[in-house]
Design a protein around this ligand. Structure first.
Ligand SMILES: [Zn+2]
Length: 475
């Protein structure tokens, strides 16, 4: 940022209250600071929350409005909808550095300290009061709410021994501060808000509304300046009795997140989030149609009545499934000494393990096993991707070849070179493979061949016997 206080570099920043005052620096509330920085970004045409995909016309405009208005926000959404990431991304709206009283656990504003120790120091030291500069990451706190989360965790605890020593009740020397006061002048995120007990919700409300709080019966003034952002599953949030009404009223805006609305967004998130691994010099090539099967599988799962949709099917299912598929393909490449890693349909069994823990099968559907549900969704995904690219009548020559008595076996351990023979021998297969993308490499041909055969099988044009990841096709 160009507006360095004192007009200089980091080392020139004022180190005492007197120097800070002389520099003309003025502190402001965290809301004002975020609003000013957002207005600056908007004026420069910069995007809030870069890297958040698929929320350009839904979530992001609402976040912008809430920030400009200084509203408390609650994000409602099912799992894996980037809620935490959005909330953490709000720290980009904090100044690169703000001055605070040196050594204060609350990062007190040197002009307006709220803790007693700092007020005493300010009174005693005057302009010599030492200050330090605080980065955005030190001004962000978060907590995953659970029924065990206590007032002590969030707000603080009174040390009864010190109270018994005769100190004044509102004497902050008797308080051990919790997470929210420690986020003073910053952002505090509380995830899964409805999991807080009613008592803790009351404490949170009092802090947000009255700037004071009861700790073990002692009333304590705590004028913290903090933007509280919450997240919750929508069903939990709206369930009667899960959130006390005054606290619900205190959140000015509810922002509903959602899963990617298009396959293209799901794919873009997958591409962005896949970790870059060292593949020991092997080229990794995931054909578009393979990626689409993975993303389409997640879309099918989100529409499946046998899966609990109120807990949802995270985008992480897509990402982890793609990783599993790549791992299975990488093992093949390493074992066979191939130079290219290309996942194919016979690798799809790797998705069972990476999907299973992330979906909840509905009680009523439990007689149908999770594996059966996953298999059906996978078949639908393959079929959808196949149907996008092929018309059955165009593949008649391939089916005719099988009807003449030929059979083909494929598997996840077969060398890619072995598929070349099939492309040469089976009339029409070369054209079909070419339609799936540039005719580049044996690995690609293997993957494309498997999509064609599996699509024909799912359309009941070919029979398939399977033994694990070894599939034999016959007419
Ligand atoms: Zn302080």
């Amino acid at each position: 940022m160009s507006e360095e206080p004192g007009g200089g570099t980091e080392s020139d920043r004022p180190r005492t209250l007197g120097a800070l005052r002389a520099s003309g620096y003025a502190t402001c509330s965290v809301r004002e600071e975020m609003r000013r920085n957002l207005l600056g970004m908007l004026a420069r045409g910069e995007r809030l929350l870069p890297g958040i995909i698929g929320f350009d016309t839904s979530v992001i405009p609402e976040v912008e409005n809430a920030l400009l208005a200084g509203h408390h926000m609650v994000f409602l959404g099912e799992r894996g909808q980037a809620k935490s990431r959005i909330i953490r991304g709000l720290t980009a709206l904090l100044d690169p550095a703000v001055p605070a009283v040196r050594g204060c656990a609350l990062h007190d504003d040197p002009f307006r300290p709220i803790c007693r120790a700092c007020r005493q120091r300010a009174a005693a030291e005057g302009d010599a009061l030492e200050i330090e500069w605080i980065a955005p990451r030190a001004r962000y706190g978060e907590k995953l709410a659970t029924p065990d989360t206590s007032i002590a965790d969030l707000i603080g605890e009174v040390d009864p021994i010190k109270v018994a020593e005769g100190r004044y009740l509102a004497d902050e020397d008797t308080i051990h501060y919790g997470l929210i006061p420690r986020s003073h002048r910053g952002i505090f995120a509380i995830n899964e808000l409805p999991d807080l007990t009613e008592k803790v919700q009351v404490g949170l409300f009092n802090l947000m509304e009255e700037k004071d709080v009861q700790i073990k019966g002692y009333r304590i003034m705590l004028p913290v300046d903090v933007v509280i952002v919450a997240s919750a599953n929508p069903e939990d949030y709206t369930s009667r009795g899960r959130i006390i009404t005054p606290l619900k009223d205190r959140f000015d805006v509810q922002i509903r997140t959602h899963y990617p609305r298009t396959l293209a967004d799901e794919l873009a998130i997958m591409d962005q989030e896949l970790p870059v691994l060292d593949h020991a010099g092997r080229a990794v090539h995931v054909p578009d149609f393979v990626k689409e099967v993975v993303a389409q599988f997640t879309f099918e799962a989100r529409a499946c009545p046998e899966i609990n949709q109120s807990s949802g099917v995270s985008v992480r299912v897509t990402i982890n499934n793609c990783e599993s598929l790549l791992s299975n393909a990488e093992k093949r490449a390493v074992r066979l000494g191939e130079t290219e890693i290309v996942p194919r349909m016979t690798d799809l069994h790797a998705l069972y393990a990476s999907t299973a823990g992330k979906i909840e099968v509905e009680y009523a559907a439990e007689e149908r096993s999770e594996a059966e549900i996953i298999e059906r969704l996978l078949n639908r995904a393959v079929l959808a991707v196949f149907d996008q690219r092929f018309k059955l009548e165009d593949l008649t020559p391939i089916v005719a070849h099988f009807e003449a008595g030929w059979g083909v076996e494929v598997s996840d351990v077969m060398p890619a070179e072995d598929y070349l023979e099939g492309v040469q021998a089976i009339p029409g297969l070369r054209d079909a493979v070419r339609r799936l993308g540039p005719f580049e490499s044996p690995g690609f041909i293997a993957a494309a061949t498997e999509l064609v055969l599996e699509g024909l099988h799912l359309h009941q044009k070919l029979n398939r016997d399977s033994e694990g990841a070894r599939w034999s096709y016959k007419a």
